[in-house]
Write a protein that binds this ligand. Sequence first.
Ligand code: G6P
Length: 608
Amino acid sequence: MCGIIGILGKSDVAPLIVQGLKRLEYRGYDSAGVATISKGNLDRRRAPGKIAALEALLEVRPLSGALGIGHTRWATHGAANETNAHPHATRRVALVHNGIIENFAELRRELIDKGYNFESETDTEVVAQLITYYLEAENMSAKEAFHAALKRVRGAFALAVLFIGEDDLLMGARRGSPLAIGRGDGEMFLGSDAYALAPFTNRVTYLDEGDWTVLTRHSIEIFDASGARVKRPETISSAADQMVDKDGHRHFMSKEIHEQPEVIAHTLSRYLDPATETVGLPKGAFDFASMDRLTISACGTAYYAGLISKYWFESWAGLPVEIDVASELRYRNVPYTKGGGALFVSQSGETADTLAALREARAHGQKIAAVVNVPESSIAREADVIFPMAAGPEIGVASTKAFTCQLTALACVAIAAARARGRIDEAEERRLVRALLEVPRLVAETLKHGAAIEEIAREIAKARDVLYIGRGVNFPLAMEGALKLKEISYIHAEGYAAGELKHGPIALIDKALPVIVIAPHDALYEKTISNMHEVMARGGKALLISDHEGVKTAGDGLWASIEVPTVEPMLAPIVYAAPIQMLAYYTATTKGTDVDQPRNLAKSVTVE
Ligand code: G6P
């Protein structure tokens, strides 16, 4: 999604803004731009495509000025061209925006009637024109005009605004989309997240929902939505230490796949006591013992992690689970129960639909828990209890290590819930804890199959469509496998419950269709293998992912197989995720697609 940078600096800021924008690239975007103010005058450069195109433009036509804003745009209203790229400017202001202005059409009509001309198709430009109207027609000060405009616009957004003629003034607002202030030494910064600010400062103040801010090089004023002056704490961000290089890998996605043994181990260490072989949860208002129903919701990959955990909560803890994608759950009339809990899963903690679903569940009296990777995120702040996942920053748009860390955290939570509800005894808890402690090693072993998987991926890269099938806990993993392949290789793929194959998708089987069968040697193995044989009997190419026993007993006629170490069956998705991710990764590298920033996708989807 869009990224925002604003700098009140000491010398020309355009190169620093570009540096900050590069750190926001991972969010996904399709055009970029910078505007600066120099001696009161505004100038800007904007370019469709990658930041490199903007840099090339700045090389030919540099921008001077010690005050500026920059933006990476993920198009929502209007194509990704130069005219629609931010910053948007009028004769009085320049502005960048992340999110959506829902009532833009109405405001645009109103302003056109008042004689204001629009140059772009964006919803954003309406805010720039509205501030201009308040400055000119209503003669307001910059601060008054910004606040008046904020009161008129509806939607979820973050904004940064420059005022022409003002060399020491930068304003920002946060409603729904994150925005942070960075304090330097005689310098001030605004950014979509602490990572973007990390090269400049580690002194970070997060705006709260509805806040807006007026910055100069030496002062920070923060106001809430009503206009009352408020104080927000300054924190020392650790984003600088965590940052971000590929560590010798060709892509962040490859690096992140290979980090999994380590980050899964870190996540486990937040929950497990290896000495006593028990699970502990963070303290908070989430009482699994008395809970009558758990509602789980998320988007994308995080949703599939939630779906796998449904099997765990049901079979280990005997806890009824309702699960839906957040974009549906938020608008359904869910009959929430009085003693219910709701659990939201999100890497970024900023996904607009997930946040809205959380608020909906809270409005219906549910206790709220969240599995989030970014501790300062909106979802983390609004939850009653946070179940941590220690994945570290995930830069590749296609989620990998965040997925397996979400699963790891959810497995621990489900085991603790099972104990709290008296559904498993101490011995079973110990057995499961021992099985979990083995997972990092098993993932590391699986990662050694890279070369073999790359070979298989060369064939997959030729396919037009791919099917993934699995049963039980491995059914959601089949859907996650299909999602990974779609996201980064642009090959159409579907994940199916193996038992559903004959109710439709089997009609697709021909010699050109690879079918990826996820079938550990567990209680459902034989059933899934029968489905695989139905595929092979119709000329389909079956790739079996299983353990030693599973590959050995699968019979003849396989196109290919990947052998994964034996793992406790319920935990298989955490280990089997690795070959699934590598298969998508190598298919994409074979095709030469943009692995870390696939077309049209955003890392953190802060619009509906
Ligand atoms: C986007 C990302 C996915 C992610 C989903 C949910 O679609 O590209 O990788 O799974 O959002 O994001 P969240 O941050 O809530 O986990």
